[in-house]
Design a protein around this ligand. Structure first.
Ligand code: AMP
Length: 196
């Protein structure tokens, strides 16, 4: 548990690929982040999977002495996709329930490289911050510039009048997991809701 100014950060939700990608750098970034969370006593909340970067971030956190909560829908757990060695595994009824549970349990959100599932989960968490449903920071580990295209799309959305600059600035990005984590826990998103 870490205190930053007025708020407390104890759990970080990580969204990331169920594949490992084809560069070793992605795996290393996942391991670095997992180890960091474990060493700093920050609980990892994630999708509960045993494969790809998901498995890697969980394994690294556990090896560093950390606590890991996985939240997995019954349909995926039944396919033997759940990690067997977590501190806690919550099996839920649907993808929707999973995302709501992960959002409730976490104080901030990080995306590592991944595919559609990662994009969707990260943008949903950021949208909930934008709407003021929660006030939790969101950031991406931009390994090898993986998220450059996504950040450029957000800039385009500002330029074309679909996104407020203050909401674009909520999307933190850093290539180094440690630096991103420091920035994330120190950051409180603006109160400016989309419709305020
Ligand atoms: P993707 O980026 O498309 O690989 O999807 C990864 C995200 O979707 C993760 O953050 C998970 O929450 C979810 N997900 C996809 N595949 C799995 C799986 N095999 N086991 C658990 N969660 C998964």
């Amino acid at each position: 548990m870490e205190w930053y100014g007025a708020h407390m950060v104890g759990s970080i939700c990580v969204f990331c690929g169920s594949n490992s990608g084809n560069s070793r750098r992605y795996l290393e970034a996942a391991q670095e982040l997992g180890e960091l969370l474990g060493r700093r006593g920050l609980r990892l909340v994630y999708g509960g999977g045993n494969c790809g970067l998901m498995g890697a971030v969980a394994d690294a956190c556990l090896s560093a002495g950390g606590s890991v909560t996985g939240v997995i829908p019954r349909a995926l757990a039944d396919k033997d996709l759940a990690h067997g060695g977590l501190t806690e595994l919550r099996v839920v009824g649907s993808m929707h329930e999973r995302k709501a549970t992960m959002a409730d349990l976490a104080d901030a959100f990080i995306a590592l490289p991944g595919g559609l599932g990662t994009f969707e989960e990260f943008f949903e968490a950021a949208t909930w911050t934008q709407l003021g449903l929660h006030r939790k920071a969101c950031g991406v580990v931009n390994t090898a510039g993986y998220f450059d295209g996504l950040l450029a799309l957000a800039d385009r959305a500002v330029a074309d009048g679909f996104l407020r600059p203050q909401h674009r600035d909520m999307l933190l990005a850093d290539e180094r997991p440690a630096r991103l984590l420091d920035r994330l826990v120190a950051y409180t998103p603006p109160l400016l809701g989309k419709w305020s």
